[in-house]
Design a protein around this ligand. Structure first.
Ligand code: DNO
Length: 388
């Protein structure tokens, strides 16, 4: 049994059509009802409709990415219980439609963070990029976070000062938009909300956030078990603290802590090689060996870091992540499963014709098609040589 080749599809407004997905060779769809405001129950009828569209194209909706966890749950604020009940109801509704693998994250306020979404590579393709000096420009001069300078090396602070002085108002606005950007078509955060959230999370801290995650998991596990749902937490992207916000899903120890604290099979992991691989402290193959029994979904992409810890998203097979090692491990895990583990080529370069199109950052068609093709070849090569 092969891994299940999947593809993230943002829904009917995605510039990449289901027909394109089929030509890329994926059979599983990873999708979500992005238009439903965070925290509200996903109506059964709307889930059914999305499923119908996907199946009409001859594909199968295999993973929900994501059912967002409302900030009230992450911060365990007054209306937390309301949102927990909504979450449970969404899970019941999904299960009623036969969709049983759910991805989520527990990153405070911001989802993934980059500083440049059009970093030009040597071959003219564009990639997503994270640079500490740009982050410091945002933190020190736009956000103006108290004590921010202590979170960077003196060299980065000085370079940020120089870069800031040479930035136009438009440059700053663009940087701000990129940092605050999350999932397309979902509500994005403003500088003001970010400031307020930073204060709230300062009081919560990593230990508080960890116990809020435990509380969330314990509140939904019975519903997951009754309905055959597997939850998969997405690692922090990038896997280190930024902007003074606590991080709790960045390392092997973090992930082990999560699965061992709420030690139930439904409490699983979305193994994202690119997120984990962006940290010098992480060895994705080693992490997969440690937590693989709870991995129910994988995001495969690569990153290349420089000596300062900046990184860009490199070709799927070349970069700091040993993709061969990861794939070998995934294939071994997959052999022990009843159902194949879905993976998707996570992000791709904006390249060829897509350079002329408006695309969702990281989610243009051709770069992912290339990534999927390479990963599929890697899988087949390993699987055949293991078998022979
Ligand atoms: C970015 C994605 C994330 C991911 C969420 C999961 O490209 O990997 O936005 O979907 O963090 O909740």
């Amino acid at each position: 049994m092969s891994l299940l080749q999947s593809w993230r599809w943002y829904g009917p407004n995605d510039p990449v059509s289901l027909q394109d997905v089929k030509q890329a060779g994926a059979t599983g769809i990873v999708s979500a009802l992005h238009h439903v405001p965070h925290g509200e129950v996903w109506p059964l009828a709307e889930i059914q409709e999305r499923k119908r569209i996907i199946e009409a194209a001859g594909l199968q909706w295999v993973v929900v990415e994501s059912v967002p966890v409302h900030e009230a749950i992450k911060t365990r604020s007054a209306d937390c219980e309301v949102y927990l009940e909504n979450y449970r109801q969404t899970l019941r509704n999904l299960a009623a439609c036969g969709i049983r693998t759910v991805c989520y994250n527990f990153m405070p306020v911001l989802d993934w963070t980059r500083t440049n979404i059009a970093y030009e590579l040597w071959n003219g393709a564009k990639a997503l990029y994270f640079n500490w000096v740009d982050l410091a420009v945002f933190d020190l001069f736009i956000l103006q976070r108290e004590g921010a300078e202590n979170d960077y090396t003196p060299t980065v602070v000085q370079q940020a000062q120089e870069r800031y002085e040479n930035c136009s108002a438009e440059d700053l606005e663009a940087l701000c938009d990129i940092i605050l950007m999350g999932v397309p078509t979902e509500e994005s955060v403003t500088v003001e909300t970010l400031r307020q959230s930073i204060e709230v999370y300062k009081r919560i801290g990593p230990d508080g956030l960890r116990s809020n995650l435990t509380y969330f998991l314990e509140a939904i596990m019975d519903v997951c078990e009754d309905n055959g749902i597997a939850m998969t937490i997405h690692p922090d992207d990038p896997p280190f603290a930024i902007l003074g916000l606590p991080r709790i899903a960045s390392t092997k120890e973090d992930l082990l802590h999560i699965i061992n604290t709420v030690d139930r099979p439904a409490n699983g992991i979305c193994f994202c090689t690119g997120s984990l691989g962006a940290g010098v402290h992480n060895n994705p193959v080693d992490i997969l060996k440690a937590v693989g029994h709870r991995v129910y979904f994988a995001h495969l992409r690569n990153v290349l870091k420089d000596t300062e810890g900046n990184f860009y998203e490199s070709d799927h097979l070349t970069g700091d992540v040993d993709m061969y090692g990861v794939m070998r491990e995934l294939i071994a895990l997959n052999q022990e499963r009843q159902l194949p583990i879905p993976f998707r080529p996570d992000h791709g370069h904006q390249m060829l014709d897509d350079l002329q199109k408006v695309t969702n950052p990281g989610y243009s068609a051709i770069g992912r098609l290339r990534g999927l093709a390479e990963l599929r070849g890697l899988e087949m090569g390993i699987a055949k040589s293991v078998a022979s």
